[in-house]
Design a protein around this ligand. Sequence first.
Ligand code: ARG
Length: 589
Amino acid sequence: MVDIFHVASWISARLGAAFSRLEIEAAEESARVQPADPRFGDFQANGLLVLAKKRELAPRPLAERLLQVLMADEAWREAGIEAFVSGPGFLTFRLSDGFLLRWLNTYRDETSLQLGAGQRFLGRKIVVDYSSPNTAKQMHVGHLRSMIIGESIQRLLRFCGAEVIRDNHIGDWGTIFGILILMIRRNSLDWERSPTEVLESLEALYREGVARTKGDEAFLEEARRELVRLQRGEPENVALWKRINELSYRAFQEIYDEMDVHFDYVLGESFYREQVDRVCRELETTGLAEVSDGALVVWHRTHPRFGEQPFLVRKKDGASNYATTDLAALLYRVEHFHADEIIYVTDGRQQDHFQQLFLTAEVWFSRKSYPLPALKHVWFGTILGEDGKAIRTRSGESLRLRELMEEGKSRAYDIVAEKSPSLTEEEKRQIARTVGLGAIRYADLSQNRTHDYVFSWPKLLSFDGNTAPYLLYALARIRSVFRKLPISARGKIEAILIPSLATAEERALAKKLVFFPYALAQAIEDLRPHFLCTYLYELSGVFSAFYKANRVLGEAEEIEKRRLGLCARTALILEQGLHLLGLATLEQM
Ligand code: ARG
């Protein structure tokens, strides 16, 4: 059976062969097949017109000759794919009912779906470096996107068969600790409060400390000494530093638990501090890095921008930096994880850093005996407030993630309480939590990640449009249909085999379902989860139209069976899709 996961390449391969048979010289893209406007067909070879023009052939006869060659092959009928010529000379392909039913009746549960999708990255080891906040500070809204996008990407990759290593590259090592340790020594700090409260005091102490460094030379000098003591491993300073980190981890963990985000490794920057010397040595001995003004730098002289702006890997004072740590981390991920690919999920403002990191790694690894893994910087834009500027609190501070999440839940609670007053308090809270957090998450993921977007509570909590509440509601509504079935039938929803398709709405829904792997492929291609969001939103729309026009329960057995089956597959794919985005779902709303 030709799997939908491979329909396009299946057609392309045959089209390519038909070109050769007709002795038409054609580039690979001429045989490329893409999903078509559903009004005309399911897939289309769009490159034929261009090819015809290039070879000075009449487009329609060309398409007709190709079709003839293609149809000589029995495989098309067996696969259930029909082909025809349309318009000025397009080749259009349509999936027959037989094809649709075979797909729908094969992928009936999570396991089979995963088996279908899981061929793609089988055997590929991918490190995903995401979330990665800095200690001694609370996570703020700037940390939202890396966590949410990174989590969805790792779920998508895993679903497609990759062996994913989730690595939280926490910033736990830096000059900040000199000032912090000094301030803690000079002021009293009550460690016995909640992690969040202590972090709040630490943030205040740090701000005060930074303000003092401006103008107070003696203070600055003392802070530097504290930092050196920490770097030399003096027990008291190390103990304080550890305490701050442990506390920060606890505060981060509360957010991760709430957002259902988990890591395999939390290797903070400090983990690599023993290895930075090796990195600098290697770069120096291979002549890749040079000392300039006392600092160690790597030049990419031919690069249009970095030709004048070297990559700094060791500061004048001998200290390593963000770049050195990233080089050491890269090496570690190759030597210990044997990564085939490393994905870094950060803010777009770090693009230069990662470009320089990747360029450096390319030259560095060209002298090693093992290959450089594929390196990808998955960057994202800024979250804006309604005023179009980076989102902040009313008083101009950066918005804490914890507060944002609380507000989401509380706003969702008000909506749920108003819409469904008869639910119990416990139910309202649970629904509000799923809706509130899901809405924040979905609003982020449904945007093309490289764009900035405006954060708007009314929009993201709306039950209309491409939002989490809309999708969660769509799924809950399907589940409410199942609840009307006798108990004995409810557990067997997945087992339903859809015998046939009849109405236009049934067919439209079947087709939309079958295209799930396409949405997945699109989202995976350039690691942009919004493609999956758009698909789920469209699927819900097609389902709605089906549900409005086609009664599900109380029809003759055959009709009921096929419509229930379609409901079951829609619920399956909605649930699976939302899960890949990181959202929990609801039985009722
Ligand atoms: N801690 C960094 C920050 O807050 C992000 C780290 C991203 N990962 C990396 N390997 N550089 O900006």
